[in-house]
Design a protein around this ligand. Structure first.
Ligand code: ASN
Length: 348
């Protein structure tokens, strides 16, 4: 960090800025003043190590349970527009869909040469025992680290590769984990420690910012298997014309029930050019489609392996590829290519 380091903070809502109402916690504004007042409570030595920042509050503050791909696009667009004027970026949002935002930003801002740090909190800034101030301190400190050239989640004292994160706890202050990827850094003795060997190398050309709004709702859907699932229920969801892709949440190493009708529905979807990607319902480890006879049909009809990608990464990558509006071969090739560390295999 240099004395000139200047961070842009985008505040979009979420528990960290919420206040009590008669209906429960609701998003609240005036966050710049509230945050600067809270930062006064930090010991002067720690406050003095924080970079300068400008905070922009989104006009519509939301509980992140209402976030849509259009919101992810808006955040990426704001960062792209302000990219040359700041040294790093912090996105403050609710935790419920924070891993989805971080994953989407990783694809949209691929190739960023500046840190993009996503954070939030389990408790509001002004609540007793809140984690909000510590998370913001961590996020601001991380955003000023010039070696963190990627999208990172800063939460509960940990720096996590954004595209590998999942929300893991509803209340615990650790909040997030990366089931298949190591920590990028952590808060130790009042300082950020970054593990340089784990950071992304050059991610290639920067910033593909397609229009997610033009896709409409349900362009990509999730299809989790459950015991007794019927081909008909999959058909109803998958063969709708607005659906362009789906994440199949398979059993174990990439298996599905021995049901020819179910496989037939998936084959029909493939015949219509829909992108299908398979991931495991197990949080740890990759799928290896075709390892068991129970999953061999998936390979035959061209279901793409999501390896050990999280649901959030597989979903947001499919959505991103669909929005880029290229031909199917290109989309399939790009899905299988690691872009931003989303295929974490071998990193642990
Ligand atoms: N419902 C909140 C949100 O996602 C949860 C939180 O931020 N802890 O906005």
């Amino acid at each position: 960090m240099t004395p000139e380091t200047h961070i842009l903070v985008l505040y979009t809502g979420g528990t960290l800025g919420m206040v009590e109402s008669e209906q429960g916690l609701v998003p609240a504004g005036d966050f710049d003043a509230r945050l600067r007042a809270a930062l006064e409570d930090l010991p002067p030595s720690r406050r003095g190590r924080l970079p300068a920042f400008t905070l922009r509050e989104f006009p519509q503050l939301i509980d992140s349970s209402s976030a849509t791909p259009a919101d992810w696009q808006q955040i990426a667009g704001e960062i792209a527009d302000a990219y040359d004027s700041f040294d790093g970026f912090v996105v403050l949002q609710g935790t419920d869909t924070l891993a989805w935002t971080a994953s989407s930003l990783a694809f949209q801002l691929k190739g960023t040469a500046r840190p993009v740090i996503v954070s939030g909190a389990q408790l509001p800034l002004e609540a007793d025992g809140s984690d909000a101030l510590a998370n913001v301190e961590l996020a601001l400190t991380a955003a000023a680290q010039p070696t963190l050239n990627e999208v990172v989640v800063a939460f509960g004292g940990q720096l996590l590769r954004g595209v590998c994160t999942r929300k893991w706890y509803t209340q615990d202050h650790r909040g997030f984990t990366t089931p298949n990827a190591p920590l990028l850094g952590e808060w130790v003795d009042d300082r950020v420690v970054v593990y340089p060997g784990r950071l992304m190398d050059d991610q290639g050309p920067a910033f593909e910012l397609p229009d997610y709004a033009c896709l409409g709702q349900d362009a990509v859907i999730r299809l989790p298997l459950y015991p007794g699932i019927s081909a008909e229920s999959v058909r109803v969801q998958l063969l709708r014309s607005e659906v362009k892709g789906a994440v199949l949440e398979l059993w174990g190493s990439g298996n599905l029930p021995a049901d020819a009708e179910l496989l037939g529905v998936l084959a029909d979807a493939r015949g219509e050019g829909k992108l299908l990607a398979g991931i495991s319902q197990c949080p740890h480890g990759p799928v290896s489609i075709g390892h068991y006879a129970a999953g061999a049909g998936l390979a035959t009809i061209g279901v793409l392996s999501g390896d050990d990608m999280t649901l959030e990464a597989a979903f947001t990558k499919l959505l991103h590829l669909v929005a880029l509006n290229q031909d199917e071969d290109w989309q399939r090739e790009r899905f299988l290519m690691p872009w931003v560390g989303e295929r974490a295999s071998g990193l642990l």
